[in-house]
Design a protein around this ligand. Structure first.
Ligand code: DHK
Length: 154
């Protein structure tokens, strides 16, 4: 049986990770985050499809395409967290477990970052743990979708 697919989506400006405000977002690049996710996913018996876009419409289309294809979605919506009702609606429409990740603790930051439309569609939210939040999200997702650990005896 093929491993369950978790789609890991990244919103605007996350392509700049590593050089973007490293005091807040750290020095890991998005390629580093993808490598971390791939390693964790393999250990959990998950397949991942890891993507980034700066476009709101593209992000919404990718969410829609998860229906019937993916077992769950991990998403860092970045700047669209606080603005995109369309993204929230797409996440509600696909009816899959959704884990929202923020590298920074948005609740300690400016007030305008603190209200998330995406949280209305999220099963859970991880914020403030740096890029390790992605690894934790995949671990939580494996539990939510009942993935089989490949190292476990049958
Ligand atoms: C990333 C962004 O790009 C910001 O727009 C959010 C989020 C915070 C993060 O912490 O990963 O406000």
């Amino acid at each position: 049986m093929s491993p369950p697919l978790v789609v890991v989506l990244n919103g605007p400006n996350l392509n700049l990770l590593g050089m973007r405000e490293p005091d807040k977002y750290g020095t890991a690049t998005l390629d580093d985050v993808e490598a971390l996710c791939a390693e964790i996913a393999e250990g959990l018996g998950l397949a991942i499809d890891f993507r980034q876009t700066n476009g709101e419409g593209e992000l919404i289309t990718w969410v829609q395409e998860c229906r019937g294809r993916a077992a769950g979605i991990v998403i860092n919506p970045a700047g669209y967290t606080t603005t995109s009702i369309g993204l929230m609606d797409a996440l509600l429409a696909v009816d899959l477990p959704v884990i929202e990740v923020h590298i920074t603790n948005i609740h300690r930051r400016e007030e305008f970052r603190q209200h998330s439309f995406v949280s209305k569609a999220a099963t859970g939210v991880i914020a403030g743990l740096g890029v390790q939040g992605y690894a934790l999200a995949l671990e939580a997702m494996a539990g939510l979708i009942g993935a089989e650990d490949p190292d476990d005896e049958a």
